[in-house]
Each structure stands twice: as C-alpha cells, then as structure tokens.
Design a protein around this ligand. Structure first.
Ligand SMILES: Cc1cc2nc3c(=O)[nH]c(=O)nc-3n(C[C@H](O)[C@H](O)[C@H](O)COP(=O)(O)OP(=O)(O)OC[C@H]3O[C@@H](n4cnc5c(N)ncnc54)[C@H](O)[C@@H]3O)c2cc1C
Length: 456
C-alpha cells in the first residue's frame, strides 16, 4: 500500500478526481481526513456539525473504511503515513493564503519523510489562475481578470465544457485509524443531502430562479453554498444538472470562480483593500462604538430589513444574498465600521463562510474590491426593503415584534408610530446623514492618496 488520498474540503465520493485515481490502483490504498488540533480549535459549532455529518455520510458510502486521524500535521501525520509505507499523497488545491501556507508546511513535513504530495483538482470549475487577460501570458501570476464580465465571457465556454468525473464502482480501501467517530447528529450536512438539495433546486426552484432569486421571502435560490464550501458537491456536478440556458444561475457560479481567482492571485486581499485609493479610509474599529456594533450583530438597528437579515444569520447560520448585501452595506456605509470586522463576523456565523467569497463580497459592498459597487452608491435600506420584500413577509418571519404591521408601515415603522411600544427599537442612526458621512470618508481617502503622491 503506497497511495493515500487526503480529504480536506472535498468530502464526497462522486465527481472526485482523487477517488477516481485510487480506483485505478491495483493495490489497496487509504482515504483519510485529519482533524488536526488547529482545525479542531478553529471550527465553529455549526461548521463542526456539518463536518461530522459529512464525514459520517462519506464513511457509510465507503463501508466504514474512511481513515479518521486527529494528528499533528507536522510530526505525527508524516511519521504514521511513512510507517505504513505511504509514498504518495493526493490532495486538492486551495486558494486561501492561510490554508495554502499550512498545506505547504505539511507537504514539506511529508517530503522530509519521503512522501510526495500530488495536488489533484480544485473545488472550482476552472482552477484559479487558469484564465489570464489577453495582454498577459497564460498562468502568469498577477494578470488575472479584475473585471467580472470579461472573466465570465472567457469562463463560460470552458466551464460548460467540464464534465463530472466518474464515480468509482469499487475501491480497495484500508482503514488505518479511527481517532474520532463522526456523528450525524442533526443531519444537516453531507453528500446525500447535497444531492437531494441539488435535485430540489433543479426540479422545483430553477425555473423561478431568474425572476425570484433576489426576493428573500421566496425559497428560490439553490441553497447549495454550504455544500460547495465543504466540497460535498462539486460545481461540475451542478453544471451537468442544469443547462446552458440557466444563464443567471451560471453567472452566480462564475462569481464564485471569479473571486477564487482574484484571491488566488492577490492573497493580500484577505485583509487589504484591492483598490489602493481606499486604504486610508477612517473606519470605525470595534472598540470605537461597541453599542452600535452590537446592535448590528443582534438585529436591533431599527432598520427592519437589516435586523431581519442579522437575526436570520444568527438563527440559521445562513442569509439570503440580497440581505447579505444590505446588512453589509449598512455596517460599512451607515455605521462606518471597518469591512474586515463585518467579514470576520460573517465568517464566525455563516455555515457557508468561505474566505474567497466572503472577503471579496465584503470588498464589493465596501467599494474597495475588484469590479466593486462604486463607492458612491450607498444602499438605502428602506428602499431596498420595499423593493425586495414588498409585502414585508421576510421581515415578519424574523421580527415577530413587527408581525402586526401592514406592508406600508413595516419597512420604516418609526415613520408611523413609536416602535418601542411594539418591543422594537427606534433607528440607531439616520440614513440620510450617514450617507453623507460615508461619502466624505471615501472622498478624504482619495484626496489623501492624491496628496501623498504629490509629495512623493
Ligand atoms: C457580504 C457578503 C458575504 C458573502 N459571503 C459568502 C460566503 O462566505 N460564502 C459563500 O458561499 N457566499 C457568500 N456570499 C455570496 C452569496 O450571498 C451566497 O453564495 C449565496 O447567498 C448562497 O445561497 P445559495 O447557494 O442559495 O445561492 P444561489 O443564488 O443559488 O447561487 C448558487 C451558487 O453560486 C455561488 N454564488 C452566488 N452568489 C455569489 C456571490 N455573490 N459571490 C460568490 N459566489 C456566489 C454560491 O456558491 C452559490 O451557492 C456573500 C455575499 C455577500 C454580499
């Protein structure tokens, strides 16, 4: 036995390059997951729950032969694999700079024990770094697309040409250890559920998606983001279930690939504004006004659509995309908090919390990223609410205090009555005033850059 598959964010059997590779071997092999101490510490309870359910599901499919380690990746893991004669480890590649650093460190430790790590496949339709703009050489490191639309045009034919990798009919796997036992306590995660959710989308929601995807009260989006994050579903499988006519949905999958590509080429973008004009914006930090920040986190801002979204997030660990945009914009442009604070909070709370999609979307909202919303476009939460939750049913679901209000009052209750009489809150800020404050902060940052260049 010389080959092993190291499973990380690819917890599935179907459409998996690594399992397909193992199936071709004549000798037996190992498929393992390592719940190392660092990973164990960093997992939020909801992500841990999904992970355990996904491992349990995969283990059933592998007839109990999934190897489950809880080993130090720098010392114990290489020593154990080497002692069992493993010489090659397959694993997929990742885009987050932290994960890449850890993967490189482990690969080096494995090499020191004579084990070669072979990267196989990525969680994306096109491997990040594949597409380059016309005026650059292929795969050069920093000449990727900065604008989404031309990226989409180049990406579309290649993505549609991808095909799922055949699922092996049999595997000769050996289980080396069970350092922990996965339990599907709540049954929210895993490949079987991912496929059921995909079927639900294709059969029930797909036809409504183009017209209803922006309405948070309708269940019209796919709900596949967590499955994509944990790799219980590969986007190739999704593409094979939809058609080239599902343009809107296809374009959303392209955003995922686009942001992965941007982060892969610009690892600093996790913490730094991609648009350098805005690196000196005077943001509020968490300690500057903990009450305002707490009101946003708890859904007590007095802006019902914002509060509904933040309460949905805390209750379900997911939030509708339109409402993610509204709540993020409110934090950055109405409360003037640093977008990194919001991004970190989302990562703590979200089940689909994903570095590339989350950080790049936050930068989009803040107007500091690639192809971002122009900084001077400030979402008006009340108008957004009227447009995307016209009858107020999304707000009523998450803010029971406002359930008795009619749809003409529910978007801005304080314009009609004293909301505290309902147990709700008055708005913590005035949007019109804060919009001007936000514009001034952005303008100052731009002026600072011009002035500093004059003095260079
Ligand atoms: C501030 C903010 C933070 C976000 N953080 C995350 C995150 O941590 N993880 C995450 O997966 N998505 C994130 N998104 C993108 C988007 O909100 C979610 O992917 C979407 O809501 C998931 O629901 P769904 O699977 O039903 O989406 P659908 O509408 O059914 O879309 C299908 C798939 O396309 C991809 N997708 C859709 N919209 C986007 C987008 N704007 N950017 C990147 N990929 C997209 C997702 O993989 C999604 O599952 C964020 C958006 C914003 C505005």
């Amino acid at each position: 036995m010389t080959h092993a598959l190291w499973l990380r964010g690819d917890l599935r059997l179907a459409d998996h390059a690594g399992f397909a590779k193992l199936a071709k071997l004549v000798e037996s092999s190992v498929a393992f997951f390592n719940l190392d101490p660092g990973l164990r510490r960093s997992l939020t309870p909801h992500k841990r729950e999904y992970l355990m359910a996904a491992l349990a599901d995969l283990d059933v499919q592998l007839e109990g032969r999934l190897t489950l380690f809880a080993l130090d990746p720098a010392t114990q893991l290489p020593a154990l694999l080497a002692s069992r004669g493993i010489t090659t480890v397959y694993t997929h590649t990742s885009v987050g700079p932290g994960i890449r650093r850890r993967l490189n460190a482990t690969s080096k430790a494995l090499q020191d024990f004579g084990i070669v790590v072979e990267p196989l496949d990525t969680p994306y339709l096109l491997p990040p770094g594949t597409l380059s703009t016309k005026d650059s050489t292929p795969n050069s490191n920093n000449l990727g697309y900065r604008v989404y639309t031309p990226f989409f045009r180049a990406w579309r034919p290649l993505a549609l040409a991808t095909r799922p990798i055949e699922t092996p009919s049999s595997l000769r796997l050996q289980c080396l250890a069970r350092n922990f036992e996965p339990k599907a306590e709540v049954g929210r995660g895993g490949e079987s559920i991912a496929h059921a959710d995909l079927a639900r989308f294709v059969n029930d929601r797909r036809s409504r998606y183009p017209t209803e995807r922006d309405l948070p009260s309708r269940q019209s989006t796919s709900g596949l983001s967590a499955h994509l994050h944990f790799g219980t579903l590969h986007p190739r499988t999704i593409i094979a279930s939809i058609g080239p006519d599902d343009e809107k949905f296809l374009s959303e999958l392209a955003w995922r690939d686009f942001y992965a590509d941007v982060l892969y080429r610009n690892p600093d973008a996790v913490d730094n504004e991609l648009d350098i004009r805005f690196r000196s914006i005077q943001w509020r930090q968490a300690g500057d006004n903990p009450d305002l920040l707490g009101a946003w986190q708890l859904g007590r801002t007095g802006y019902p659509i914002v509060d509904a979204g933040m309460r949905e997030l805390r209750a379900t660990h997911l939030m509708h995309n339109r409402v993610r945009m509204i709540t993020a914009s409110f934090l950055v442009k109405d409360l003037h908090f640093d977008w990194r604070i919001g991004a970190r909070y989302f990562e703590e709370q979200l089940l689909d919390g994903d570095l590339a999609s989350n950080r790049m979307n936050w930068q989009w909202v803040a107007g500091t990223g690639t192809d971002a919303a122009p900084y001077f476009r400030v979402f008006n939460p009340t108008l957004q609410s009227k447009k995307f939750d016209p009858d107020g049913s999304y707000i009523r679901r998450w803010i029971p205090e406002l359930a008795s209000l009619s749809s003409d009052k529910i978007h801005a209750p304080s314009d009609h009555l004293d909301p505290t009489t309902l147990g709700y809150v008055t708005p913590i800020v005035n949007h019109r005033v804060e919009r001007l404050d936000a514009l001034a902060r952005y303008a100052n940052a731009k002026d600072n850059l011009v002035n500093s260049r004059k003095h260079d």
